[in-house]
Design a binder for this molecule. Structure first.
Ligand SMILES: Nc1ncnc2c1ncn2[C@@H]1O[C@H](COP(=O)(O)OP(=O)(O)OP(=O)(O)O)[C@@H](O)[C@H]1O
Ligand SMILES: [Mg+2]
Length: 264
């Protein structure tokens, strides 16, 4: 069994409700994400939110990142501070990029927002570009990139900004099988880049997102109640299913996936 600790709370959702035209979309959302530590490692957190299409994942994603104010309740990060737009790195489903700027210009803009990179922006961009296989594409415009390259630029942009939280909406949709594997590697690499780095993945690609997560939240509805809530939380570390390469082939992993599917 891996040695680890769940320590201070990094993000707390308290009684979050979201209603549109009197229709509850989200209700009674309560959960927290704690800092996970492992001796000798920079272990970040990877949380997956799973739910059926149309259940409210993207809405919850917007509330979590401060882009959408909840109708009631709140999201707090870093010692009880309410989250506000810009606190988190957000990667949208369509990998939105500034089409009129070259990749390098966009990355430089992001790096300049990060005080920790002051004076080292250029070297840092070049180092990451190499790591993300983007060196040859630094001076082109986004319309000259493939889907996978756009995604890598999008992730890199958020990494350079230096936010502790990175939210990804459907990071695997629209990618081919090889690219999905690369994206998975990339996300793992990001999660191991910093102790406090927390990835929140909103996805209905259950296998891929669960395979790289330490915790799963299932968003769903309950009989007689309108609006989606967190129906179940699965601690993958306790089940010894986290941080293991090739976990997807193991029987216990397959059983957990079945358990999740049954809950949707
Ligand atoms: N501005 C809005 N006004 C009213 N209802 C909305 C609005 N935006 C979204 N909804 C509704 O909120 C619900 C949840 O939508 P959301 O986009 O969060 O689903 P999702 O779980 O992300 O689905 P998918 O997996 O297909 O992306 C849907 O029923 C949608 O119709
Ligand atoms: Mg969505």
């Amino acid at each position: 069994m891996t040695v680890y600790n769940r320590e201070e709370v990094l993000l707390q959702a308290t009684n979050v409700q979201l209603t549109f035209d009197q229709h509850p979309i989200l209700r009674d959302i309560n959960f927290c994400i704690r800092n996970i530590t492992r001796p000798g490692l920079l272990q970040g957190q990877v949380v997956t939110l799973i739910g059926r299409s149309g259940i409210g994942k993207t809405q919850l994603f917007k509330v979590l990142s401060g882009l959408q104010a909840p109708t009631a309740g709140q999201i707090t990060i870093h010692n009880n501070k309410s989250v506000k737009a810009g606190d988190m790195g957000v990667i949208f489903q369509n990998y939105y990029l500034f089409e009129w700027r070259t990749v390098y210009q966009s990355l430089m803009l992001a790096a300049k927002k990060n005080k920790q990179l002051w004076g080292m922006e250029k070297q840092t961009i070049e180092r990451y570009a190499e790591q993300f296989q983007l060196t040859e594409h630094l001076h082109v415009y986004p319309q000259q990139l493939s889907g996978g390259q756009r995604q890598r630029v999008s992730i890199l942009q958020q990494l350079l900004k230096g936010s502790d939280f990175i939210l990804l909406d459907e990071p695997f949709s629209g990618l081919d099988v090889c690219m999905i594997d690369k994206a998975v590697e990339l996300l793992l690499q990001v999660s191991l880049s910093d102790e406090l780095k927390t990835l929140i993945i909103v996805s209905h690609d259950i296998e891929h997102s669960v395979a790289i997560s330490d915790t799963v939240f299932i968003l769903g509805t309950e009989p007689g109640k309108e609006g989606a809530t967190i129906k179940k939380e699965i601690d993958l570390i306790e089940r010894d299913l986290a941080w293991r390469k090739d976990i997807r082939r193991e029987k216990r992993f397959v059983e957990t996936i079945e358990e999740i599917k049954a809950c949707l």
